[in-house]
Design a binder for this molecule. Structure first.
Ligand SMILES: [Zn+2]
Length: 352
């Protein structure tokens, strides 16, 4: 694969670094985000006044179950708060975070750079577009090459007129059913990947078959699937046979909702949000099938209720609790380290 962009390096918001400098890496988080695109009116009309309340300890119990029905909960816009929160991760031994916030949901390069400088964490910013509901008005009319060129500029020169570069393409939003505009985003990403060598991170639609449909599309377009991370596996694939089939396609599989432990899932009430014990069971089965070099881990924090200051698990959850829990359940420490350190470094580094 040709690349014109820092061969052998990983590109962070403060510059290119050696992959050996990454350390433990969360591959899918949102340090700053406006996630109100997923806002949903409260199920119970009597709760309407709670939609615009600030999150506090009087309404937190409600917010935890109705986390997409409160505007304040869906907004992470306080840099000082984010710095305090990611410092828990840093103190637990964390080294790097991929900020998967793309265009349309509040990506903020200057803030990411300041947070990186304040904490010493490597932060990797995403290029591209989220689901169609978040697309800018002119997006549908843009040719695929134009979208690809924007991604290439963001990876090689900088974002929004700054010199702060993206280091990955994604998360790229795909709905179920997959829309034409979202397909265009993935097609553009493949062009940008072929030009630069950057990895691609996908947000699949909520259907067991969605990840495979996307991977087959990418493969048909000539994409090297070993440069792709398929996100949100645990809320998407409930069928073990389809999980094995998806794993065999060759992408990385991202278990990225660790700590999200409220089983009622308002975005897909016909299914449920698995708990950490179910994530660990699925990962153990993938390790048994020989996919230990394909699994990556994250929390996908995109709301206040998952931060420590709002009663949540915080960004150190995987290091502080999930790792020891996996070990207690028979997953070797070396396998955990591979998922948290080695696999992210391998997929994030530009080919040389
Ligand atoms: Zn995300």
């Amino acid at each position: 694969m040709p690349n014109t962009n820092d061969p052998g390096k990983v590109v962070t918001v403060t510059g290119a670094v050696d992959p050996s400098e990454l350390g433990p890496t969360l591959t899918h988080e949102h340090l700053m985000i406006d996630f109100t695109v997923v806002y949903k009116e409260p199920d119970n009309p009597d709760d309407a006044s709670l939609a615009r309340a600030k999150v506090n300890f009087h309404n937190l119990g409600w917010v935890r179950f109705n986390w997409v029905s409160n505007f304040d909960n869906l907004s992470l816009d306080d840099e000082a708060l984010t710095i305090r929160e990611v410092n828990f991760y840093k103190r637990a031994g964390g080294g790097t975070i991929v900020d998967a916030t793309t265009v349309g949901i509040g990506r903020n390069p200057e803030a990411l750079k300041r947070i990186s400088t304040a904490t010493g964490l490597n932060l990797i910013m995403g290029a591209g577009f989220y689901v169609e509901a978040s697309h800018p008005d002119d997006y549908a009319a843009r040719p695929v090459d134009d979208v690809a060129q924007q991604m290439i500029t963001e990876l090689t020169e900088g974002v929004d007129g700054t010199d702060i570069r993206c280091g990955i393409i994604g998360e790229l939003g795909c709905s179920w059913p997959w829309t034409d505009a979202e397909k265009k985003t993935v097609e553009a990403a493949i062009i940008a990947q072929q030009e630069t060598g950057a990895a691609i991170l996908i947000h699949p639609g909520r259907n067991n078959r969605a990840p495979l449909e996307i991977l087959e599309f990418m493969s048909a377009k000539g994409s090297d699937l070993s440069r792709t991370i398929m996100g949100h596996i645990e809320r998407t694939i409930f069928d073990p046979a389809i999980l094995s089939e998806t794993a065999a396609a060759g992408s990385y599989l991202e278990y990225d909702l660790f700590g999200h432990d409220s089983p009622y899932y308002p975005l897909a009430p016909e299914t449920y949000m698995p708990g950490d014990h179910q994530r660990i069971d699925q990962i153990a089965s993938l390790l048994d099938q020989g996919y230990g070099d394909r699994v990556v881990l994250s929390h996908d924090v995109c709301s206040k209720h998952r931060l420590r200051e709002f009663g949540g698990h915080g960004w150190d959850h995987i290091i502080s609790r999930v790792g020891p829990w996996m070990e207690a359940r028979g997953i070797e420490k070396s396998a955990f380290d591979r998922m948290l350190v080695d696999n992210p470094a391998r997929v994030l580094v530009y080919p040389s």
